[in-house]
Design a protein around this ligand. Sequence first.
Ligand code: PMP
Length: 363
Amino acid sequence: MSEYNRKINFGAGPAMLPLPVLERINKDLFNYGNTGMSVMEMSHRSTFFMDILTETKNKLKKLMNIPDAYEILFLQGGATLQFSSIPANLVRKNEKIGYVISGVFATKAFEAAGKFCDAINIADSTKDNFDYIPEIKNPPSDLKYIHITGNNTAIGTAYKYAPKTGVPLIADWSSAILGQEIKVEDYALIYAGAQKNMGIAGLTVVIVKKDLILSSEEIKDTIPDVMKYEKLIKADSMINTPPTFAIYVLSLLCDWIMEMGGVCEIEKINQEKSQIIYDIIDAEDAYTSTINSKDRSIMNITFNLKNEEMTKRFLSLADEEGFVGLKGYKLRGGIRASLYNAVTKEETMRLASFMKKVASQLK
Ligand code: PMP
């Protein structure tokens, strides 16, 4: 355990923050940049906060190489609200949009979209327990967009590259954004709840190509103004009070990633970390994985033990070790180790040694 008696949190989110970021928050808490107050206490219209917002956008733009044709929005409501906001802002009622049903959140996104337009299931791995990323084969040619979930948090699968279909692509990258390189130009829109690699709960980031947004007049009263992209862009994400503290935490995280060498370097570390754990899953009889190996996520690693009893034993031993958040997603069971950016290689190796030790005990 660290000097602060911290546990190692392998939870899927809200997730661990890098220690230097927490220490910086601690330092700034009572008096941010000589303003005499914390960011939590600051007016969102003050120049201090407006500077934080602008700088955060610029840092994110640089880190993710976001082209000028895209807008960055800092919103509330979680990735879940975007399941509705996206079709409401981009698709007309009589237009069709295709959904890849690759997991729990993909299914939710699909169901929400159906209320705004003609949402079509174009590839689906539900019947196989979502164990793989289903391939998009001959999608209808009149689709306005295709929606994918880049990284399936609950399942442990991920896209390794953006599928090329000739149709604009929208992706929920909640659980891998800033943890691996994402080529923004491959997408019409990317969105993410921040509470994994982007900081804390309360902030949702939307990166959207400007020319695809329907006008507010066209959308009329189908949704409230706080959901209308056109109005939000005009107001610089500030139709109402934005999640100020969460934006500031994202700003600090961007600095930390920059110091680590950028997203490309972070991805290399994340690849190594995940490989350490996958090697143990593959080597030890105690662990099994039904996930198609080519679709394995580097962020959320899922596996099973032989029975419920052993799973409980694993979790209780993990708890004694100071590891938290390893219980699998509620509808799926088993174990899930989320190795987001803040989990260090050393902490991953501690999990690996623990898994080896437990495997020999559970034989
Ligand atoms: N999409 C994905 C891929 C997620 O992992 C999650 C939450 N874990 C959500 C959507 C829902 O996000 P929120 O709680 O921010 O609405």
